[in-house]
Design a protein around this ligand. Structure first.
Ligand SMILES: O=P(O)(O)OC[C@H]1O[C@H](O)[C@H](O)[C@@H](O)[C@@H]1O
Length: 524
């Protein structure tokens, strides 16, 4: 495929962004979200061409397959049904099963809230990692301030014992409910923490009262039961819901309990609105699909390898972490399916932080570094309003807009000189300093606007990202629902663990052999 960004290809981005009609053509709207991509190096001609390419890649058919519940995850031979957890699922054979699963979670949440467990739950200790952790953490921070009345949630993910120690510090086991969330119930980190939690409960409460304080979410109920969760406290998750797409399932049990059913159903409702949009809108009006086309151009065709997510909203501070897994575990693969397209870049290297903190650290590189990132700002127009601090909220927004504008327009040496002169700096210093102040600009960014951070808008936002990632995978010919690349390291970690214990002496790479030896010496 040729790169036909056309005349604008050689034009500076700051000129492209000012072109007439740009604001009409490149401000895209979906439920609860407006995406202003006017400052991405992407022309109408490129969009039209990728739209044709999307047809040749059968994107529309793939979207239909997804929502029909057909096998879209080829390497694991199953459908991807995360969207069906949010409604719009009457046509699926599994609809009633999903409804039952949601009902069981709701009933358990009601029990917890009404004190029917036999003790007051003041804290939920949520143990899980990856997709069983990042979504719940993100949503807890985002929606907790809306007046949750339920228990607090503490999270524990890392196998480093320091994480468990911190998560249980000062915690009263008598008022704690431990929920272990693991689709496979085999993930070593979660297993280790689940055992620590069990021992902690035994030491604090004794064997007899242990089970009252344990619950589990898993696709492997037998393993959860073996850990000690009572059978009626094991909440299934469907094998066709991938970990990083699973916050809507019983993986969100801690949230359902702590946030309450009203917030939870609004959250699902917002996602369902985005689902209907993605399923029904023609490609030319389809927000997630068009974003995926932009990604295809910006990352795969233009070679911008990095996407920096700048959540200018304290409550969305975990969004970069969440998207890191969603994007990179979904599409961080060489194109491998039947429709694979050869490109150098598949998933962008996704990273970032909450704004404005990054401005005081890594933004330096974003403004003047050699390697380019496509920046992605996420803002809420009502920042600070609910908190009763409109002034600081406004300043947060002003910072986001200023950063995006500075990325685009930069500062010429002449402008820098003029600025220094105005400040009364002497000419010698001006000559020395102005070149360092030069910023070439032309750095790409998108601005995602939410009216407010509500359960609905956050639901829609996360669903939009899920669908964008899926659509990008379809354009690349990648299966975004498997993750074979993470398996090898897991196997090796087990082998090396055994080697450190002296249980195997299998020859390995010399550096690893030395590390094993050094660790054995240090821990003797
Ligand atoms: O939920 P679990 O089975 O414990 O899996 C937790 C996580 O671990 C794995 O290594 C995968 O890479 C993730 O996709 C998954 O979300």
């Amino acid at each position: 495929m040729t790169d036909t960004i056309g005349a604008s290809h050689s034009q500076p981005l700051k000129d492209i962004a000012r072109e007439e009609g740009r604001l009409n053509e490149f401000v895209w709207v979906g439920p609860h979200i407006e995406a202003d991509v006017t400052r991405q190096p992407f022309s109408g001609a490129a969009l039209a061409e990728i739209m044709e390419f999307a047809d040749s890649q059968e994107l529309t058919q793939s979207i239909q397959m997804l929502f029909a519940g057909e096998v879209i995850n080829g390497s694991e031979n199953r459908p991807a049904l995360h969207w069906a957890l949010r409604g719009n699922n009457d046509h699926l054979a599994k609809a009633s099963e999903f409804a039952e699963q949601a009902k069981a979670c709701r009933e358990f949440a009601d029990k917890v809230s009404s004190g029917a467990l036999g003790f007051e739950v003041k804290t939920i200790l949520h143990i899980g990692i990856g997709g069983s952790d990042l979504g719940p953490r993100l949503i807890w921070d985002a929606l907790r301030p809306l007046g949750h009345k339920g228990p607090n949630i503490r999270f524990c993910a890392n196998v480093d014992p320091a994480d468990f120690a911190e998560a249980t510090e000062g915690l009263d086991a008598k008022s704690t409910l431990v929920i272990v969330v693991s689709k496979s119930f085999k993930t070593p980190e979660t297993q280790a923490n689940a055992q620590l939690a069990r021992q902690w409960l035994i030491s604090e409460l004794g064997e007899d009262n242990l089970n009252d304080h344990m619950a589990a979410v898993s696709s492997a109920p037998d393993l959860a039961q073996a850990w000690g969760a009572p059978a009626d406290r094991i909440f299934p998750m469907d094998s066709a819901v991938g970990g990083r797409y699973s916050v809507w399932s019983s993986v969100g049990l801690s949230l359902m309990i702590a946030l309450g059913s009203e917030i939870w159903s609004e959250f699902l409702g917002g996602a369902a609105e985005m689902d209907a949009h993605f399923r029904d809108a023609p490609l030319k009006d389809n927000l997630p699909a068009k974003l995926a086309m932009m990604d295809y151009h910006v990352h795969s065709q233009r070679g911008i390898a990095s996407r920096v997510v700048l959540a200018y909203a304290h409550r969305l501070r975990k969004l970069p972490d969440f998207l890191q897994q969603l994007e990179m575990e979904s599409n961080g693969k060489s194109a491998a399916s039947g429709r694979g397209v050869k490109t150098d870049i598949t998933a962008p290297i996704t990273w970032g932080s909450v704004g404005t903190l990054g401005q005081h650290s890594f933004h330096q590189l974003l403004h003047q570094g050699i390697d380019r990132s496509a920046a992605e700002f996420v803002v809420s127009l009502n920042a600070g309003v609910k908190e009763g601090d409109k002034k600081n909220g406004q300043s947060l927004l002003a910072n986001a807009y200023a950063q995006a504008e500075a990325f685009l327009v930069g500062r010429s040496e002449a402008e820098a000189e003029a600025q220094l002169r105005e400040k009364g700096v002497d000419e010698e210093t001006i000559k020395m300093r102005a070149p360092h102040m030069h910023m070439d600009g032309g750095r790409a960014s998108s601005m995602f606007l939410l009216e407010d951070i509500t359960p609905r808008s956050v639901g829609a936002l996360i669903a939009m990202y899920e669908h964008r990632t899926f659509a990008y995978g379809m354009l690349l010919g990648i299966n975004p629902f498997d993750q074979w690349g993470v398996e090898l390291g897991k196997v090796m970690a087990e082998e090396i663990d055994n080697a450190i214990s002296g249980e195997t002496s299998k020859e390995r790479d010399p550096t690893t052999m030395r590390l094993i030896q050094k660790t054995q010496d240090a821990r003797r």
